[in-house]
Ligand binder design. Sequence first.
Ligand code: IPE
Ligand code: IPE
Ligand code: MG
Length: 254
Amino acid sequence: MVLGKGTVMFFNRKKEKAQIDMSRLPEHIGVIMDGNGRWAKKRGLPRSAGHKAGADSLKKIVTACNKLGIKYITVYAFSTENWSRPKDEVDYLMGLLLGYLKDAENTLAGENVVIRAIGSRAELSEEIQEQIIKTENFTSKNTGIVMNIALNYGSREEITHAVRNICRDVESGSLKAEDISQEMISSELYTGGQPDPDLLIRTSGEIRLSNFMLWQLAYSEMYFTNKLWPDFTVKDLEDAIIEFQKRNRRFGGV
Ligand code: IPE
Ligand code: IPE
Ligand code: MG
């Protein structure tokens, strides 16, 4: 059949409507959930309203990742630098995170999600520390996506913590400095035993890492979008994965 050039192109374009290739999914996605404050400001609302909307957005994205078959997601919820925010905002965020962890026992747990917190726990309230343990235990037998909630997380703190642990073995004489390997450092990070993220998503238009997974992101594909985190939809997630699948990952090879 002879078709006009334009028709064929139209046909092709329709047929080739971008779709996720389910055989090449990223195994691990990292997310810097940024832009909650600006989302609220645009609506004349307090920053807390943006954080609340961001938490709802997170639930939808994790559920969608799990349904797709993504194995790990690490979400940046509170950085070691975020303590420098006004006390009322920090308090609100801590309350929201506590509520999120509690609520996860009813919602995300039922979705077969395994929840883990990564970051330094000592600075968190006892109530949050206890809730982390409860939620982790409650979801530990699930078999779906592993969700790492980065909470009082900073990559430099994480690496310092790992180096300290390794140095203890050197000090005790059970390890020689020259035997320290990259694998050993990886396994001492809070994400020890997990694969590095294949894809990093950051919302809100900022093009920086803000102390997130500096070691683990060595060869991750980066996806930056202007969408503010509370506006980030499942369709946006799919777009990010489709873009990831167009990238040619070379890992230093050809
Ligand atoms: C991200 O949103 C959430 C946290 C850092 C806890 P922000 O609060 O940073 O929002 P913006 O960047 O001010 O818009
Ligand atoms: C990174 O966002 C931390 C989280 C998303 C939790 P920030 O808003 O704190 O980062 P900067 O200050 O813009 O670099
Ligand atoms: Mg921000």
